[in-house]
Design a binder for this molecule. Structure first.
Ligand SMILES: [Zn+2]
Length: 712
């Protein structure tokens, strides 16, 4: 989680999306218009400029087991990641506009180039466009009209700044804040307000109020005392100051305003919950009626705020972090009207910057991409615009994408594999020696209740109410955010729509949603080199089989296991079985906590536990499923000199081939719930006796430790 890429408005709902790849889920999600994170091994420089890219008519092919990606001079028993991915690392330097570069990122980039071709055509086509085609074509046209964006400068955010300026007293804040929040889709304006399934009754949707209000990626950035954290804070204050200067403030005023912002955000950070605590859904569940909500924050008039949001008349809310809202209340009481205005101005400029003229884009890039992630170049405009359209009108774009790139055969194959993985889980649960019959029965009930969604939604989202203009980039972005916010809020009080997707079809990622109890595989992730129908089964089961198993296991990880078959937060474990489970997970937190991410920063293995568990379970299940497939489809004894077992493990490892910039690694260590890819391979195979046997490792070698962890 805290990937918050999708369902941006409802941070909590997004928090429930537990995805596979580290790529698509930076803690500081890409704003529309800003490409997702990537990273910077400073030593690695790009072979070709991203600006030189061209649109693609179709996706390129790379095999699921790529021998040229390997480094066969490495010993698989010493460093399996190097052995499987050493060649890839050498051949794939990080492009200057990316924070990291890996198999997923590369596929995502290829997908974007295909989408670029589609959007390029639809943005210029004069006649014969359907309504959805018109929306995405015009949105792309507005976004790529660089001359107009330059000419307008800061002007597009003038209406919002005037709204702030017009506040006569702090009593005006609730209605102004509602208007700004609707238009921004960001949790940076004091807090976030959206909808999600009730933890106590997943069949109904209620309103959620969630902590927010920060400009840096996480509360820890404000509070940690080490030298690097201090440096990042100093640079942040300078960045905020520069943004005020770009808005026309004098240097002296801008300096004072930046100090105000820092002081307010630091106070809010102190009242915020840590990412590790947020992994426990029980800590995030505090139902309240409107009276209770109001009592929590006497200085903030919820009534006028809710009217502004268009959601009055409900009487059930979840306040995810009550302490945060008390802190917010204190801030609102203590701060002057001018200070509140200053804070709002900064956040409006911050969310608008990627869609304004070059000075704003560059200043925003300089802190968020360069300082925090080590990226050296702003991504080309076409790329930022493809990401924007995918973020805001993604299902209309996805509809075009799947026409060319997702066949019924592919869907059938994936479904077959998924069913095998589910069968594997069933036998695994039945055979577990540490789980009692009572818990097993409930686990099976949950497994049988799980729904698979593959490729794309059955019914496409209707965007006809969304107004898109060819000459109003920031306006389109704001209307797009408001459209999504209202769509989320309109769910309150209605039955849950189980057909809905939280990722768009071209997305190279997958997720499990604990409250929907469903696993979701967009068309974008079911492509070579992850899923390759031209090659043998072994690497396919290692790779995509492992991914399916990974998502399925999220239903039973430290967080997912707390929800029952219907997605309700309800304990279905006996005390003894829960203790046994935790004992086994402690082995994993101890193991991963020893690995170093960058400099002296270790993996925060309590944050990564859910993902490490999912990787572990995923591989267990993929192995069982593959062995089952072998019964009817025997594997050739050897291909390219590798046994089937070896091909299974190499295929598994090659999803993770990557290069990382140290800045990005540091940011991930603080906020990403996934371990670095190297350890998602090496830490994983070290726990499998089957790996030791496949590569004839000697017991005691790094990838064949004598003591192993075993959960499933
Ligand atoms: Zn995951």
């Amino acid at each position: 989680m805290h990937p918050r890429t999708l369902k941006k408005f409802s941070a909590l709902a997004a928090a429930a999306l537990l995805a596979l790849s580290a790529f698509a889920q930076d803690a500081a999600p890409p704003r529309p218009g800003e490409p997702p994170a990537s990273s910077a091994a400073a030593a690695v420089t790009a072979a070709s400029s991203p600006a030189a890219a061209t649109p693609l008519a179709r996706l390129p092919y790379t095999p699921v087991l790529d021998v040229t990606a390997m480094d066969r001079s490495a010993d698989p028993c010493v460093d399996f990641f190097q052995y499987s991915c050493g060649g890839w690392q050498k051949n794939n330097p990080i492009p200057p506009d990316q924070a990291r570069w890996d198999v997923y990122a590369k596929m995502e980039q290829d997908n974007r180039r295909v989408l670029w071709g589609i959007l390029d055509r639809l943005s210029t086509q004069a006649t014969g466009r359907t309504v959805p085609q018109q929306k995405i074509g015009d949105a792309f046209a507005a976004c790529t009209n660089e001359a107009l964006t330059q000419r307008l400068g800061a002007k597009p955010m003038k209406p919002e700044l005037e709204l702030i300026d017009g506040m006569k007293s702090k009593k005006d804040l609730p209605s102004v804040l509602a208007a700004l929040q609707l238009n921004s889709g960001d949790d940076g304006l004091f807090f976030s307000f959206g909808s999600a399934q009730d933890y106590a009754d997943s069949s109904r949707v209620i309103a959620f109020a969630t902590q927010g209000g920060l400009g840096m990626p996480d509360r820890d950035y404000y509070l940690k005392t080490d030298a690097k954290s201090k440096e990042l804070r100093d640079k942040y204050v300078l960045h905020v100051q520069h943004m005020f200067q770009l808005m026309g403030d004098s240097e002296a005023d801008a300096t004072a305003h930046a100090a105000t912002v820092m002081s307010m955000e630091t106070a809010l950070a102190k009242g915020s919950m840590t990412l590790v605590d947020q992994r426990d859904p029980r800590k995030l569940f505090h139902p309240a009626n409107e009276r209770k909500l109001q009592a929590l924050t006497p200085a903030f008039d919820w009534k006028s705020y809710l009217v502004g949001m268009g959601v009055s008349g409900n009487d059930r809310y979840n306040v995810s972090q009550p302490k945060f809202f008390q802190t917010l209340d204190f801030q609102l009481r203590m701060r002057t009207l001018e200070e509140v205005k200053t804070y709002l101005r900064w956040h409006v400029a911050h969310v608008s910057a990627p869609f304004l003229s070059k000075p704003f884009v560059d200043e925003n890039f300089d802190y968020y991409r360069k300082t925090l992630r080590g990226v050296t170049e702003v991504a080309p405009l076409w790329q930022r615009c493809v990401v924007l359209v995918d973020n805001q009108i993604g299902e209309a774009l996805g509809e075009e994408f799947v026409k060319e790139n997702f066949s019924p055969e592919l869907k059938a194959k994936t479904l077959h594999m998924t069913q095998q993985i589910q069968a594997a889980m069933e036998s695994e649960i039945k055979n577990l020696d540490w789980m009692g019959p009572q818990t097993k029965a409930k686990a099976l009930e949950k497994l049988h209740g799980m729904v698979n969604k593959i490729g794309y939604p059955d019914k496409w989202r209707d965007y006809s109410a969304l107004e898109i203009k060819r000459d109003d980039l920031l306006g389109n972005v704001q209307r797009g955010d408001a459209f999504e916010a209202r769509r989320q809020l309109a769910k309150i009080g209605k039955p849950v729509d189980h057909s809905e997707w939280g990722m768009t079809p071209p997305t190279v990622n997958a997720y499990y949603d604990g409250q929907m109890n469903d696993i979701n595989f967009p068309a974008g992730v079911l492509q070579p080199p992850l899923f390759d129908s031209r090659l043998d089964d072994a690497p396919n089961y290692g790779n995509t089989g492992g991914t399916i198993g990974h998502e399925l296991t999220h239903g039973f990880d430290d967080e997912g296991r707390q929800f029952d078959a219907k997605g309700n937060l309800r304990n279905w474990w006996t005390k003894k079985d829960a203790d046994e489970f935790e004992k086994r997970t402690t082995c994993l937190t101890d193991q991963y906590g020893k690995y170093i991410v960058v400099d002296d920063v270790h993996i925060n293995s309590k944050l990564t536990l859910g993902e490490d568990l999912a990787d572990f379970g995923g591989l267990v299940l993929a192995l069982i499923a593959w062995k089952a497939e072998l019964v009817t489809h025997p594997a050739p004894a050897s291909i390219d000199g590798f046994t089937p077992d070896q091909r299974f493990f190499i295929g598994m490892a090659q999803w993770a081939c990557s290069n990382d910039r140290p800045e990005q690694l540091r940011l991930n260590a603080a906020t990403n719930p996934h371990s670095p890819n190297k350890y998602r391979v090496n830490g994983l195979v070290a726990n499998f006796k089957e790996f030791e046997q496949a590569f004839a490792c000697k017991p005691g070698q790094p990838m064949a430790p004598v003591k192993r962890c075993q959960v499933w």
